[in-house]
Design a protein around this ligand. Structure first.
Ligand SMILES: *[C@@H]1O[C@H](CO)[C@@H](O)[C@H](O)[C@H]1NC(C)=O
Ligand SMILES: *[C@@H]1O[C@H](CO)[C@@H](O)[C@H](O)[C@H]1NC(C)=O
Ligand SMILES: *[C@@H]1O[C@H](CO)[C@@H](O)[C@H](O)[C@H]1NC(C)=O
Ligand SMILES: *[C@@H]1O[C@H](CO)[C@@H](O)[C@H](O)[C@H]1NC(C)=O
Ligand SMILES: *[C@@H]1O[C@H](CO)[C@@H](O)[C@H](O)[C@H]1NC(C)=O
Ligand SMILES: *[C@@H]1O[C@H](CO)[C@@H](O)[C@H](O)[C@H]1NC(C)=O
Ligand SMILES: *[C@@H]1O[C@H](CO)[C@@H](O)[C@H](O)[C@H]1NC(C)=O
Length: 412
């Protein structure tokens, strides 16, 4: 666009951190059980946290948290079981007399981790320095972990297993019992919590699941106002489209709408303006700036967000050029715009009107329609013109026809 006027352009900068359920730096511990012939029957790889309630010497209840330590090893009490229906057992011991166990059972098509057991030694002064008792307590509970035989159970989402005095949190789990080969089976059974689709029974082997398309975001009015007046006025619906790769090379899409619960704040400076939208799961920053060098009022738009999801993503883009408008006027677009920030992140903008820097009396200036809207307007105009032409042709044909029939009467 070669406007002689000053143009407002938009640059988007994204800094997205997808805080995972996996604590940074933590590596899933892997445990393997082999039978007498040295053939693997059970493989369990997961992150595990314990929270345990115990009574202190002062007769108070205390709750402590700890992850499964690195010294955890498979105990000799683990077994593969005999015959296809026999239960197998994985026992992992750690520290001073603590252990966690999974007991597996199967039928012809499904295997389950029937029970998860935790034994903790209150006599361990490292973990329970002030415990009243010093014996070993044991709790067990059913797990809900089940998968098709000959498939790997995969569950990245954290699952809580609550027992009387202990809660075990499992995440980033890859589990297979009754392993047919020497390693995990290729086919996977993905746990319900990992499936973003809320539909009913899906086939248990994994196919990339498409999340349901959420409703369009509500259009919300934002403003950033300083003592010098309003420097940003916007009315828009915002939707984040994030593509992420899980640890196991699966692609997922997460669509997040920015709703009215987001807390808006921002700042006004002479050549840059910022709008921050914070909500429970996301923190989004939009920075607009004026391009003085090019003698254009340009708008720098920086997006920074934090989303609680299953991996980590960090994107920065300073070379975007969206939402252009002349200074003093507003950018307007009723059509949905997809602002691609990076290959894995798009900011979708709905029903937008945006004006930065010079906002008179807290009202939008003259609107400059986006190209998408202009194109949408063009179609009805063309159709309208075509219809008008058609009506005209029919009318002329009718008039000519009438004249002819009059002439016909006269000859008879
Ligand atoms: C496990 O505990 C660590 C440290 O307290 C925490 O950062 C992490 O989020 C916990 N993980 C789960 C799955 O609860
Ligand atoms: C699982 O795999 C084993 C070995 O390949 C095979 O014998 C068995 O029939 C399979 N079971 C199921 C339920 O697919
Ligand atoms: C989200 O982005 C992906 C990849 O660019 C695209 O295939 C998908 O249609 C988008 N979804 C929505 C709801 O915009
Ligand atoms: C994921 O893909 C990368 C690159 O293609 C590969 O190196 C890695 O081994 C894969 N990881 C898994 C768990 O399949
Ligand atoms: C805003 O938060 C409240 C309380 O958490 C919730 O009830 C309401 O549904 C939320 N509104 C939207 C639009 O998400
Ligand atoms: C920034 O966005 C532009 C336009 O979508 C794109 O061409 C460019 O590759 C992006 N840069 C980065 C670093 O993602
Ligand atoms: C800006 O937002 C505040 C808080 O929502 C509101 O009180 C004020 O009227 C708004 N100003 C303009 C110019 O829209």
């Amino acid at each position: 666009m070669s406007h002689a006027h000053h143009l407002l352009k938009l640059l988007l900068l994204l800094l997205a951190v997808l805080a995972g359920s996996q604590p940074h730096g933590a590596v899933a511990a892997k445990f393997e059980v082999k039978d007498v012939t040295n053939k693997t029957c059970t493989i369990v790889e997961l992150l595990m946290n314990f929270s345990i309630k115990y009574e202190t010497v002062e007769e108070k209840e205390k709750l402590i948290f700890f992850p499964i330590p690195e010294d955890a090893v498979v105990s000799g009490n683990s077994t593969c079981g005999k015959g296809s229906s026999e239960s197998s057992l994985l026992v992992v011991t750690f520290g001073t007399g603590h252990s966690v166990s999974f007991s597996f059972s199967r039928n012809s098509s499904v295997y389950y981790a029937e029970k998860l057991g935790v034994a903790y030694n209150l006599g361990d002064k490292h973990i329970f320095p002030d415990a009243r008792r010093n014996d070993v307590s044991f709790s067990s509970e059913s797990t809900g972990i089940n998968a098709q035989v000959n498939t790997t159970y995969v569950c990245m989402t954290a699952q809580e297993i609550q027992m009387a005095n202990a809660t075990v949190v499992i995440s980033a789990a890859r589990i297979e019992a009754y392993v047919p080969g020497s390693d995990y089976s290729k086919e996977e059974t993905v746990c319900e919590a990992d499936k973003t689709t809320s539909t009913t029974t899906v086939p248990t082997t994994v196919t990339p699941t498409q999340p349901p398309t959420p409703k369009d975001p509500v259009s919300i009015k934002y403003n950033v106002t300083s003592s010098n007046g309003t420097c940003l006025l916007a009315q828009m619906g915002l939707q984040l489209n994030l593509t992420y790769i899980t640890k196991y090379n699966k692609t997922g899409v997460e669509i997040i709408n920015i709703d009215s619960n987001a807390t808006a704040s921002g700042f006004c400076e002479s050549t840059s303006v910022g709008l921050s939208l914070k909500s429970e799961r996301t923190s989004l920053w939009l920075f607009f700036s004026m391009d003085t060098a090019a003698q254009r009022g340009s708008v720098l738009h920086k997006v920074r967000q934090v989303v609680t999801l299953r991996g980590a993503l960090n994107v920065t883009n300073t070379s975007l050029n969206y939402l252009q408008a002349t200074l003093g006027k507003s950018f307007k677009c009723s059509s949905k715009q997809i602002l691609q920030v990076s290959p894995v992140f798009a900011l979708d903008v709905f029903k937008a009107q945006v004006q930065a820097f010079t906002v008179q009396n807290g009202k939008f200036g003259e609107a400059e329609e986006c190209l998408l809207d202009q194109n949408n307007m063009l179609i009805p105009i063309i159709v309208g013109a075509a219809l008008a032409g058609l009506v005209l042709i029919v009318l002329i044909a009718y008039l000519i026809g009438r004249k002819r029939s009059h002439a016909g009467y006269q000859t008879i």
